[in-house]
Ligand binder design. Structure first.
Ligand code: ADP
Ligand code: MG
Length: 346
């Protein structure tokens, strides 16, 4: 009898050790960088997924505390020092963001310029969405433009940054999410997580797949709350979209949004959204912002100099301009728009 019980117990133990949990999708959401972050991890190890979520939450909170442009943060202190023409010591993160910002500024011939903070503030895009109701005085815009603040005016010597222009106010909103998602993917991979999506309000980086099926990702329609295109991916893919629908107000039928043309001091026109896919999330993010400003006349030139080929632009007059490299990857869902396939070298 005893022997029988012992054998049964052994059998049950054997069964338990054999029944590995099935892989499944774990999700986590939180709010930072002024947007909803959703992380999806496909794994059979729930504990590992939870570790991944906590690692990213902690990292994003730290980044937000360092890079917040108008709440107390390290960036805020740097901007305050610049306004008093004082030098300021940089952390490695701020050092990297400034040098990367200067690189993208140069590559985009100044269309991407994280020194637009004074203009962003004048337009009140540094505040809650519901108070953006007035166009600033043209004379105030001209006054800022007369000093043409630019990130190229910052020099760094032994980790001390100084600006030759006291109107420079750095705002990394145009590429911080790209930096953050690159970092998040690196951290997940270091933990041994190879199937995941880090989605920062529609800007996202994906790795691997879900149950050997590709991740299916929607790209937002700038004209209403739905998808305009879909993409399936089972390898590292960074998809970044800038649009005129994130922070905006409308006056007399014209939309004024949060991406500012540093040459005019006004929000960019012509393009309602710009989507870029690139191996580097930070570059894709900066390039999507730059293409919004470049407009229909300059987007190919900007794409060439920023070395991006996978691009989809949706113009305010409802055309989709798409490169052949991007056209291969996406399925257009809204057939009410005219699609124009254009090579950047044409
Ligand atoms: P989102 O953050 O809505 O996805 P973007 O990546 O295009 O969109 O970033 C927009 C943010 O970039 C603005 O809120 C502002 O902080 C900053 N910005 C605005 N104009 C420029 C510009 N010309 N160059 C660089 N950054 C900009
Ligand atoms: Mg961007």
């Amino acid at each position: 009898m005893l022997k029988h019980i012992f054998t049964s117990l052994l059998f049950i133990l054997f069964l338990t050790s054999c029944s590995k949990p099935e892989p499944q999708l774990f999700n986590d959401s939180f709010f930072t960088f002024g947007t909803n972050i959703t992380i999806s991890i496909y794994t059979d190890d729930e504990k590992l997924a939870q570790t991944g979520f906590k690692t990213i939450r902690d990292e994003f909170r730290t980044l937000n505390n360092q890079l917040h442009p108008w709440n107390p943060s390290e960036l805020h202190s740097l901007n305050a020092a610049i306004s008093k023409s004082q030098p300021h010591q940089l952390s490695p993160l701020l050092h990297l963001m400034i040098t990367e910002g200067q690189r993208f500024h140069k590559l985009s011939s100044g269309l991407f310029d994280p020194a637009v903070g004074s203009l962003v503030k004048l337009w009140k895009f540094d505040q809650a969405a519901n108070i953006h109701t007035s166009i600033p005085k043209d004379s105030d815009i001209k006054q800022i433009l007369s000093k043409r603040p630019s990130i190229s005016e910052i020099t760094i010597d032994q980790n001390m940054a100084v600006s030759s222009n006291d109107l420079v106010r750095l705002d990394f909103g145009g590429f911080a999410k790209g930096y953050a998602t690159d970092k998040a993917i690196e951290m997940l991979q270091n933990l041994g997580i190879n199937n995941a999506i880090v989605n920062a309000g529609g800007d996202l980086s994906a790795i691997g797949s879900k149950n050997n099926f590709p991740w299916k990702i929607g790209i937002r329609n700038p004209f209403y709350n739905g998808a305009i295109a879909a993409i399936s991916t089972n390898e590292r893919t960074n998809i970044f979209t800038s649009g005129n629908y994130e922070r905006y107000f409308e006056k007399d039928g014209t939309r004024f949004h949060h991406i500012i043309d540093p040459n005019t001091g006004y929000p960019s026109v012509e393009i309602a959204s710009a989507t870029v896919i690139h191996d580097s999330g930070i570059l894709a993010d900066a390039a999507a912002t730059a293409l919004m400003v470049a407009g229909l006349n300059n987007w190919k030139q900007t794409a060439k100099s920023m070395d991006i080929t996978k691009i989809m632009l949706i113009s305010s007059d409802k055309r989709i301009y798409i490169t052949p490299q991007m056209d291969k990857l996406v399925t257009i869902l809204d057939t009410g728009l005219t699609k124009v396939v254009e090579d950047i070298h044409q």
